[in-house]
Design a protein around this ligand. Structure first.
Ligand SMILES: [Zn+2]
Length: 304
């Protein structure tokens, strides 16, 4: 658990500049529209030669079920683990759909499969995230690329690129960088993996990062309730992760911390909410970021 969390922190620290303490000059305009955005995704399953549905070569059913969990969480769907009755809990009104048209114009189920033994990584860049396109990379303006890579359980859960947009905490993102999300195979979808990250919420968390959210404590954890900010006013400020879900963890100002928030590190079974300000930030990023906004009009899916 500690190892996992350290790597989790490292992953986001690697992606964003830690020294940024900018304050917003103006609040993000609240998005009062009822528009439901639907975004195409492509899932690149990276395996070691197994038959489909065995080992690292995850079945179509598990992939489809993972997308359903992601949508349940983003839509706060009643009757699912993604529903909540918290007064701050908010429907993001963003949905994700497996691509139906591939970049070459042919029909697709939105899933690619590649044996990693067949891939030669020809780069001097030793940052792992930048090698992921070797396993498949569809036009980032039209698809969210999600790579499912075989790591051992609880080492790295996932990682996301950060959107390029003029918002505090995001000013240093690279618009030309590798764009997409890594989820490690044991934590993609529902599984029997131990440790609590077994219900597909790693993708919900990473999608939050992909759309501009920080962890609840901001970029850097510390124990002293100083130097923290996730740029969302309605999430009680915390200095570090919470590792339980009993609803009694105090925030820096004495309020109860939002341990059930997707941007904390609690177990998948505990998570069930994004707040209103988090939703405002994600929708603002989706509508305005250079390498996000075209996703809402991509023709890779049927929107009717
Ligand atoms: Zn994270």
């Amino acid at each position: 658990m500690i190892k996992k969390n350290i790597l989790f922190v490292l992953s986001i620290l690697l992606l964003v500049n830690c020294s940024n303490d900018d304050e917003m000059t103006a609040p993000i305009p609240e998005d009062t529209t009822e528009t439901i955005y639907i975004i195409p995704v492509v899932i690149h399953i990276i395996h070691s030669g197994e038959a489909i549905g065995t080992g690292y070569n995850l079945s179509n059913e598990r992939i489809i079920d993972q997308l359903k969990t992601l949508n349940n969480d983003f839509r706060k769907k009643e009757g699912t683990l993604g529903h909540n009755t918290h007064p701050l809990g908010t429907d993001v009104k963003i949905e994700f759909k497996l691509a139906e048209t591939a970049p070459d114009g042919n029909a697709t189920n939105g899933i690619t499969r590649v044996n990693f033994n067949d891939i030669v990584i020809d780069t001097t860049n030793d940052w792992f995230f930048d090698t992921l396109p070797y396993y498949g990379y569809w036009n980032k303006q039209n698809y969210i690329n999600i790579w499912v890579f075989p790591f051992q359980p609880n080492l790295v859960l996932g990682q996301s690129s950060v959107p390029f947009i003029d918002l505090p905490g995001l000013n240093d993102a690279d618009p030309n960088g590798t764009t997409g999300i890594l989820i490690t195979t044991p934590h993609f979808g529902t599984s029997d993996v131990v440790g609590g990250s077994n219900l597909g919420r790693t993708l919900t968390h990473e999608m939050g990062h992909f759309l501009g959210l920080e962890h609840l404590w901001g970029k850097t954890e510390n124990a002293n309730c100083t130097d923290f900010d996730d740029y969302c006013n309605d999430t009680p400020s915390v200095s570090r992760r919470t590792e339980n879900c009993n609803g009694t963890t105090a925030s820096c100002n004495g309020e109860i911390a939002l341990t059930e928030n997707y941007m904390d590190y609690t177990k998948d079974a505990c998570m069930n909410m994004f707040t209103k300000d988090q939703v405002t930030r994600m929708r603002y990023v989706l509508k305005n970021s250079t390498v996000r906004k075209t996703l809402t009009t991509s023709t890779a899916i049927n929107r009717e």
